[in-house]
Design a protein around this ligand. Structure first.
Ligand SMILES: Cc1ncc(COP(=O)(O)O)c(C=O)c1O
Length: 435
């Protein structure tokens, strides 16, 4: 199999050079930054999204599986969401008093998310998780947070990232206790070692796939027994595996939950929600933000919920995503790559795991896969965030590209030429050491 031809990337590369002069890290989000793509091979700047396609600044078009890191669930440029935003724009994006949409959208979320009796809005997932932590501490009068998963860039959590926690007082490490996902025994022993001290257990309720049988139920029971709150961080899974997230899908209801990404099909909106008695702690804490009630995003969220409730969005994400997941797994097997590539996760959000013969080459293997698919018109950075806009035809086209890419990978692995075939700078870990 021939390696794919290189893309025209001159505009992307010029912009990246300009960014190096004026934007530290060159971007606003690690996962969109140049280290997460194969420099010299991949585009760096996109100018347009339509349905499930993204066009880069040099005019190359891709079937996109990044979904802007998750927020795009209905597809880019969705006409009904755009119309809702446009109509609201005529009346204003932000006014001097709260807009009625704050009430309407809060009511809608209360109606469709199991734990939600009251809701506060904010803009990003990180703000929502930080608000949830503050609410939990205020409600319980305790300080410790036990956590599993990723919860954003704010101090209380980011202090746990040893390669990225410069600038954060290390004393905060005394207040956060990580536990491994799916390990309720570990959670139990942390709670037993800290009686009366744990305000909340916050976790991503599902990460690389469904939780082990009984895990979420035990988290629920243990938090009750120890007087701690249970918080589900549904920033990724909300509006994706179910409208109401993992709590709806797995039928375990936390005290508080945080939602973000998928709420408004790309508009910046997040929320913390939960039991009324707990949420009322907001009356006594400092949680206040100028843009908290920004109206374009609320209008988008209202349109998004209406679409989810009147069209088979969740079913479609699972159907096309399931075909892609199973088709990919079958091709991995057919090409004899099972030892090197795995695909895991949910139909609506599946993810590759790359295992090179030498572990230090995992990212080289991932980069070579990325190189071979991006040059063939597929923007996949190791995961598939499915959208309502992906069609059967897109899936078939993607699988045909994966067939070709897997053939290149197999040849490279058989001949020990992974590095030689990579024509750019390999991707790095998201949380690489700070120099
Ligand atoms: C589970 C989870 N929580 C919180 C966040 C932080 O969200 P944001 O990047 O919008 O601040 C993310 C972001 O990826 C996430 O995946």
């Amino acid at each position: 199999m021939q390696q794919a031809k290189s893309l025209r990337l001159s505009q992307s590369q010029q912009l990246l050079k300009r960014a190096e002069a004026v934007i530290p890290c060159q971007t606003q989000c690690f996962s969109k930054g140049p280290t997460q793509f194969v420099k010299g091979v991949s585009p760096h700047y996109a100018v347009r999204g339509t349905g499930c396609r993204v066009e880069d600044v040099d005019g190359n078009s891709y079937i996109d599986y990044m979904g802007a890191l998750g927020p795009i669930t209905l597809g880019y440029n969705h006409p009904k969401v755009n119309e809702a935003i446009r109509r609201q724009l005529e009346d204003g994006a932000l006014l001097s008093l709260p807009h009625p949409l704050e009430v309407e959208v809060a009511e809608k979320l209360v109606a469709c998310i199991p734990c939600a009796e009251m809701v506060r809005f904010t803009k990003t997932g990180s703000e929502a998780t930080s608000a949830a932590v503050r609410i939990a501490r205020a409600f319980t009068g305790r300080d410790l947070i036990v956590q599993s998963g990723y919860h954003g860039w704010h101090d209380w959590y980011a202090v746990t990232k040893p390669l990225r926690n410069r600038g954060i007082p290390k004393v905060l490490l005394d207040y956060i206790l990580p536990f491994p996902y799916n390990n309720a025994d570990s959670l139990q022993s942390i709670l037993e070692r800290n009686p009366g001290k744990v305000a909340a257990v916050m976790l991503e309720p599902s990460v690389l796939g469904p939780p082990n049988h009984g895990f979420l139920e035990r988290c629920r029971k243990l938090t009750y027994e120890h007087g701690a709150l249970l918080i589900f961080d549904e920033v990724i899974m909300g509006f994706r595996i179910a409208l109401g997230g993992a709590q709806e899908k797995f039928n375990v209801v936390p005290d508080l939950a945080t939602f973000g990404k998928g709420m408004a099909n790309g508009m910046p909106l997040s929320a913390v929600m939960g039991r009324a008695a707990v949420m009322k702690s907001c009356d006594d804490i400092f949680y206040s933000s100028t843009f908290g009630g920004e109206i374009l995003s609320l209008a988008a969220c209202k349109a998004v919920i209406d679409i989810y409730q009147s069209e088979p969005v969740i079913e479609h994400l699972a159907e096309v995503g399931g075909k892609l997941l199973r088709g990919t797994r079958e091709r991995i097997r057919r090409h004899g790559l099972e030892r090197y590539i795995e695909i895991v996760g949910f139909d609506a959000r599946s993810m590759f795991l790359f295992h090179a013969p030498r572990p230090e080459e995992n990212l080289i293997l991932k980069s070579l896969f990325h190189q071979e698919v991006v040059r063939r018109g597929i923007l996949c950075n190791g995961y598939h965030n499915m959208t309502y806009a992906h069609s059967e035809e897109d899936i078939q086209r993607t699988l045909a590209v994966y067939d070709e890419a897997f053939e290149v990978l197999k040849e490279a692995l058989d001949t020990g030429t992974l590095r030689e075939r990579l024509q750019g700078v390999p991707m790095q870990e998201v949380f690489r050491p700070v120099q």
